[in-house]
Write a protein that binds this ligand. Structure first.
Ligand code: FAD
Length: 436
């Protein structure tokens, strides 16, 4: 069992406070340094309602800090995808044949606040808000930061954890000491969030137990339900080109684009033009990094290690799984160095795997969910799953409803594809022989 005593966690977003809880439960002294103000006092993201899909991996990690029940009370379960075609017709496709297997729409702000509360309840966790980390000495686990009055200070620990998101300063500091080949591969699409407000009586104006998708080839929109009856919509569109953020700017362009391509959603968005013009376009990319740790003094978790495109709804879930694996490695190895090496060896291939799967799912959601052939294939997969639940679970279900490492999910899926090809070939040959 290895215990770095004083741990500095840079970043109090989603993964940072969860890891802090796990480490405090192992009698470590943890300081979280967070750039933003305290969302419990200041509100979150300007009060905008942003939600995330929480699934098995995330729930497992929340359970380990005793927060699963409190979080699950606030979620809206989503049992399947609801596809909206350009004429406004809808088709529902359940995620699973097993009752109760749902993904869950959770408010990012609410989850962040619950995690910060849980961390603060542990007496050995100290959270400092409004702290901008300005430089990190990863060799000596020392973090220099600026407080809101502009003064600079340095804090020394035994281990620095980079939980500081996709643009991680800890990752960049590690790269200056030994090559991590860190970098971000951006895709040519970005995202913008919009709202479908609740009905006058707080009711949902679309089916509430579904993740809604408007797939349109190279661009799409999705919507996830919120507890208050509203939906947060996210447009995933190219930055440039004929159907893109660059091509849709003026009130007339916005109105006519939505009326043509997303007519059933447009009629539920009274503030469409204002929100569209006001809300920013965020970038989307995959972070690559060849090392998740530096000696026994620095380690990366969450988006700092492996930010991914959000099309499998796994970024946060994978980040939470990092926290569990890191805590388990610290329990399981005699030195911190061995624990970090083991964590790196387990999580880095998994980070790469979910990065690949998420890019693949982008193409699937955008291009294929609308196609009848794809839906037929989905039905066939579900039938197989129903007939042989122990032998066959679709890839999506292994990712979302199990905690099997992502690398094994890919390997299982690949093996099964080959067996299916072999079985179909055998069936065709047998049939051929019988006919002859
Ligand atoms: C559009 C979109 C939709 C998504 N949907 C899903 C989904 O449905 N399901 C899912 O599982 N995931 C989803 N994700 C991914 C998810 O948001 C991330 O994986 C998750 O937030 C990662 O958590 P984190 O703690 O590693 O990073 P973050 O949540 O980004 O937290 C990093 C924190 O570090 C702080 N910080 C950064 N630099 C410094 C510094 N120098 N000093 C001090 N503090 C600093 C930041 O202020 C921030 O609070 C989505 C992402 C996007 C963009």
């Amino acid at each position: 069992m290895s215990r770095p005593h004083r741990i500095i966690v840079v970043g109090g977003g989603l993964a940072g406070p969860l890891l802090a809880c796990l480490l405090a439960d192992r009698r470590c002294e943890v300081t979280i340094l967070e750039r933003r103000g305290d969302p419990r006092a200041d509100g979150y993201e300007g009060g905008r309602s942003i939600n995330l899909a929480l699934s098995a991996r995330g729930i497992e990690a929340l359970a380990r800090i005793g927060l699963d029940e409190a979080v699950l009370k606030t979620v809206v379960p989503m049992a399947g995808r609801m596809m909206h075609d350009p004429q406004g017709r809808t088709t529902f496709s359940p995620y699973s044949v097993i009752p109760g297997q749902t993904i869950n729409s959770v408010s990012r702000g609410m989850l962040n606040c619950l995690l910060l509360d849980a961390a603060e309840e542990r007496s050995s966790v100290n959270i400092r808000f409004g702290i901008e980390c300005t430089s990190i000495d990863v060799d000596h686990a020392a973090v220099t930061f600026r407080t809101q009055d502009g003064t600079e200070h340095t804090l020394e620990g035994d281990l620095v954890v980079g939980a500081d998101g996709a643009g991680s300063m800890v990752r960049a500091a590690m790269d200056t000491r030994e090559r991590t080949d860190e970098g971000t591969e951006f895709i040519d699409s970005g995202y913008k969030e919009l709202t479908i407000p609740a009905g006058p009586d707080g009711s949902f104006r679309l089916r509430s137990d579904a993740l809604h998708i408007w797939p349109r080839g190279h661009y799409m929109m999705i919507a996830l339900p919120n507890e208050d009856g509203s939906f947060t919509c996210t447009c995933f569109w190219p930055h440039e080109g004929p159907e893109s953020f660059a091509a849709v700017r003026t009130p007339e362009e916005i109105t006519s684009f939505f009326d043509v391509h997303f007519p059933d959603a447009a009629e539920l968005m009274p503030d469409l033009v204002e929100e569209y013009q006001q809300n920013p376009v965020g970038p989307l990319g995959t972070v690559h990094c060849r090392r998740y740790h530096h000696r026994d003094t620095a380690v990366l978790i969450g988006d700092a290690a492996h930010a991914i495109v959000p099309f499998f709804g796994q970024g946060m879930n994978a980040s939470f799984q990092d926290c569990l694996r890191l805590a388990d490695c610290l329990d399981g190895y005699p030195t911190v160095h061995e624990a970090l090496v083991a964590y790196d060896a387990a999580q880095r291939p998994d980070g790469d795997a979910i990065g690949q799967l998420s890019l693949r799912n982008f193409i699937e959601m955008r291009n294929h969910t609308a196609s009848p052939a794809f839906r037929l294939l989905q039905r066939f997969r579900k039938r197989l799953n129903r007939m042989f639940p122990r032998w066959y679970a679709p890839l999506y279900n292994m990712v979302s409803f199990t905690t099997i490492p992502y690398t094994r999910v890919i390997a299982i899926d690949r093996r099964r594809r080959w067996s299916m090809i072999a079985l179909s070939t055998l069936a065709v040959l047998t049939l051929g022989l019988l006919v002859i």
